[in-house]
Ligand binder design. Structure first.
Ligand SMILES: [Zn+2]
Length: 319
C-alpha cells in the first residue's frame, strides 16, 4: 500500500518530493482508487454503471463491456480534458493546499513549469473542489456572522485640496462587493458574496438552522436576527468580546481573506471573489488537518464532482 499513501489514513504529510518519487504509474493508480474506492480502483462505466470493462492499458482508457463507451479515470470529473500528467496533477494539489494564504496561478505555473493559463484554470478547479464540500451545508450550534467589503477601491487624489470623502465614491463605484461569512464555533463555515452586507440577514435565515445561537456585531441590519434566533451582539467600538459575545472566528476568516488579497492575489474582487472566499473558508476549517490529508480531501472531492461547467473548455471560449 505504500505507493498509495495518499489514500491511507496514516498519510499525514505529503511532500512534493514524495509525489515526484512515486512516479506516473503510482500517481495514476492513486487517481483510480480515488475515483472508484468501492472497487479498489477497478473501473466502473460512468455511463451505465457496468463494472466490467476492457482495459486499454497503453492509452490508460477503458471500454465498457455493456455499452461500448470509452472513458478514462478523469472522464466526467473536473479533471476531464486535463493536459497535465497524473504526477503533475498531484503535485499541483500539494502546492495548492500548502499555501495558507492561497497560491497564485503564477506560482503554480512556475513550480510545475506549465503555462500560466493551465495553472490558472487548474487553480480554479481546485477551488471548485473545495467549495463542493460546503454545498448544501446547514449550520447550527453557535454561529458567528459578519460581513466585509471588498473591491471598488478609489485612489486618493494627489493634492490634498482635491481630496474628498472616498467612502461615498467607493459605494457608488459599482465594483464594491460584500462578503458575508457564517461560521460555527469550532465547526464549518459558509460564505456568500453580494452587493451589500444587509442582504446577509436573508442568507443567515436560509442557511442557519432554527434554534441556533447567533453572534453578530453592532451593525444595525443584524437587528432583524433577534426575531429569529437567540442573538448576542458585540459592539466593536467598545470591546472585541464582552458578556460572552464575540465574532472572533468570523473575523479570523476575514483576516485570512485580506492576507490572501494583500500577499498573494492583490485583487480578489470581481467575478472570482466568491471562489476566493470559499477557498479561504475551506483553509480556515481545515487549518489543523495535515497537508497529506488536505490533499486527499481536495483530490477526492475533485474526482467525484461532475465536469466543471465554468472551467471546462474555458480557454476555447475566451481565447
Ligand atoms: Zn457502460
Amino acid at each position: 500500500m505504500a505507493q498509495h499513501f495518499l489514500l491511507s489514513a496514516a498519510a499525514r504529510t505529503l511532500s512534493l518530493k514524495a509525489v515526484f518519487r512515486m512516479g506516473e504509474d503510482a500517481a495514476y493508480e492513486t487517481f483510480r482508487r480515488m475515483r472508484w474506492p468501492e472497487t479498489e480502483g477497478e473501473a466502473v462505466c460512468p455511463s451505465c454503471g457496468c463494472p466490467d470493462t476492457y482495459n486499454i492499458t497503453s492509452r490508460r482508457r477503458f471500454k465498457c463491456v455493456a455499452c461500448y463507451k470509452q472513458f478514462s479515470v478523469t472522464s466526467g470529473t473536473i479533471f476531464a480534458s486535463r493536459k497535465l500528467s497524473f504526477t503533475d496533477l498531484l503535485a499541483a494539489i500539494v502546492i495548492f493546499v500548502n499555501g495558507a494564504k492561497g497560491v497564485s496561478a503564477l506560482q503554480v505555473s512556475r513550480d510545475l513549469d506549465v503555462q500560466y493559463k493551465t495553472a490558472f484554470v487548474l487553480s480554479h478547479k481546485l477551488r471548485e473542489a473545495m467549495a463542493l464540500e460546503a454545498q448544501g451545508r446547514v449550520l447550527d450550534g453557535v454561529v458567528e456572522v459578519d460581513g466585509a467589503y471588498f473591491g471598488g477601491y478609489v485612489k486618493p487624489a494627489n493634492r490634498k485640496t482635491d481630496r474628498v470623502d472616498r467612502r461615498t465614491l467607493m459605494a457608488q463605484s459599482g465594483k464594491r462587493q460584500s462578503v458575508v461569512v457564517m461560521r460555527e464555533r469550532d465547526g464549518d463555515t459558509l460564505t456568500f458574496v453580494g452587493r451589500s452586507e444587509a442582504a446577509g440577514v436573508a442568507l443567515v435565515a436560509a442557511n442557519v438552522a432554527p434554534g441556533t445561537v447567533v453572534h453578530a456585531d453592532e451593525a444595525s441590519h443584524w437587528d432583524k436576527l433577534h426575531a429569529r434566533y437567540e442573538t448576542f451582539r458585540i459592539n466593536h467600538s467598545e470591546a472585541y468580546s464582552a458578556n460572552g459575545a464575540c465574532t472572533n472566528q468570523a473575523e479570523s476568516f476575514f483576516s485570512r481573506l485580506r492576507r490572501a488579497e494583500a500577499g498573494v492575489h492583490h485583487r480578489i474582487a470581481g467575478e472570482y471573489l466568491n471562489a476566493y472566499a470559499g477557498e479561504m473558508a475551506w483553509r480556515e476549517d481545515n487549518r489543523r488537518v495535515a497537508n497529506g490529508s488536505q490533499a486527499a480531501m481536495v483530490a477526492r472531492s475533485a474526482m467525484v464532482s461532475p465536469v466543471s461547467r465554468k472551467w471546462a473548455g474555458y480557454w476555447q471560449r475566451t481565447a
